[in-house]
Design a protein around this ligand. Structure first.
Ligand code: GLY
Ligand code: MN
Ligand code: MN
Length: 439
């Protein structure tokens, strides 16, 4: 992403923080996986959104009107030996030259320098409760300043949530962000297509996962956006199933929920298909209900509609469909009013999507559902989960778990489905699987 874009974001935030304020945003800590092995480092999304700085041990401080420089980055210094072992560091110079900081300090000097930046500022903008170690250090620095009050120094006495401001910005994706998200969704879609093509009875769920991961990494997305969900048969009815270690059986359905992470932007895509490449009449009947619900929900994603409209469109189709096939008995309007679909469809239809899979941004403004505006990206993911544990459910419906999930950008005149490359009609799925020599 262009360096200027990060500078624009900081400038916008700086204008909100304004004279007399100070904003502090640390990146994520490195986390140990076991003994001396760390998880791959992933920056904090808010920190990365404002800096593009990829290294751990870094803190952004925005100090409007500071004469020596308003944008301050604390980061690791260059260190030849550490860099030989662990890779290059940008150092203080890199922080300024490559990442646009006005001033950079060693992270090891933060205890000495940051209190000075906080002195005599009235308002602090910081996200409390995300990193407890950092919260405590901040409280320590503030106490330190308060203790100097007789010297005429005062500590900020107004606390504001930085997340509130940054998350509102992150909800509206820029042209550059949309390009990255489109690519992320294309990578996921291509992975789903490949997974569909290799799927056959006798494979294990993890072999489908392997195909997805292989495809993502080959296309430059080094990590999935969340652990892949690959559930065959009964496992398709477990919403967040990630064991992925069962055999795929002839006659079963397979639910795959897998998204790529590209340059810290997530895609989130689900497809469901028959292990052997051909839907049974029961599987097809339920699949067509979910698909119709998904089309109706996607059609409701447009400016002028609210975030809740796709969900309402989806549950209406799902309720009618369940009545039509005889799983729900009664009048569909009554069933809809009573939310009779809930044992079969227990999650919502959408969530915001961006750097985080379940992305930031409020869903309501005051008491009202938020209206869609161009640049927002939402998932649309209705499902039906017909588990044998459901009371009175006829055996022929058992273990049909279906979710169809796409990533949808709100445009000026409607929407764009970013993940349209993954087959999803019955005909397209069966053809894709047949062409691959299956079924
Ligand atoms: N993959 C999690 C979700 O669909 O929300
Ligand atoms: Mn998903
Ligand atoms: Mn989702």
């Amino acid at each position: 992403m262009d360096k200027k874009e990060f500078a624009r974001r900081r400038k916008r935030l700086m204008d909100m923080v304004n004279h007399g304020g100070i904003a502090i945003q640390p990146t994520a800590p490195e986390r140990i996986r076991n003994r001396d092995i760390y998880y791959p480092f992933r920056p904090d999304s808010d920190f990365f959104y404002l800096t593009g700085f990829p290294e751990p041990e870094a803190v952004l401080v925005l100090v409007p009107d500071r004469p020596q420089g308003e944008c301050v980055l604390f980061c690791r210094e260059k260190n030849a030996e550490a860099e030989t072992w662990h890779g290059t560091r940008h150092g203080l110079e890199g922080a300024c030259e490559l990442y646009g900081a006005d001033d950079a300090f060693p992270i090891s000097d933060m205890d000495d320098i940051l209190p000075g930046l906080l002195e005599n500022r009235g308002r602090i903008y910081y996200t409390m409760g995300r990193y407890q170690d950092f919260d405590q250090r901040l409280v320590g620095w503030l106490n330190q300043i308060s203790n100097k009050s007789r010297a005429g120094v005062h500590a900020p006495d107004q606390f504001n949530s930085l997340a509130h401001y940054v998350h509102e910005m992150r909800l509206y994706k820029s042209r550059e962000e949309i390009k990255t998200m489109r690519r992320s969704a294309q990578i996921a879609s291509a992975g789903h297509r490949r997974a569909m093509q290799i799927c056959q009875p006798g494979l294990y769920e993890y072999q489908i996962e392997a195909e997805l991961l292989h495809s993502f990494v080959q296309q430059g997305a080094r990590s999935p956006a969340y652990p892949c969900i690959v559930g065959g048969g009964a496992n398709s009815c477990i919403l967040h199933y990630t064991e992925n270690n069962d055999l795929l059986r002839d006659g079963d359905l397979l639910l795959v929920d897998a998204g790529a992470e590209l340059e810290n932007y997530a895609s989130d895509v689900s497809r469901t298909y028959p292990v052997n490449g051909r839907f049974t009449p029961e599987q097809r009947a339920i699949y067509e209900i979910v698909l119709e619900a998904q089309f109706a929900a996607i059609a409701a994603v447009r400016p002028g509609n609210s975030w809740n409209d796709p969900h309402e469109a989806a549950v209406e189709v799902i309720t009618k469909g369940l009545v039509d096939v005889g799983i729900l008995k009664g009048r569909w309007r009554t069933m809809l009013r009573d939310e009779a679909y809930r044992p079969y469809y227990m999650h919502r239809t959408s969530h915001w999507l961006g750097m985080d899979v379940h992305d930031v941004g409020e869903y309501k403004v005051g008491d009202e559902w938020r209206m869609f505006e161009p640049g927002m990206v939402t998932t649309v993911e209705p499902g039906l989960y017909l588990s044998p544990a459901l009371k009175g459910l006829a055996k022929r419906w058992w273990n049909i778990g279906i979710r169809i999930e796409d990533d949808v950008l709100v445009t000026a005149d409607g929407h764009e489905v970013l993940s349209a490359g993954a087959p999803k009609t019955v005909e397209d799925i069966e053809m894709t699987m047949r062409q691959a020599g299956r079924a």
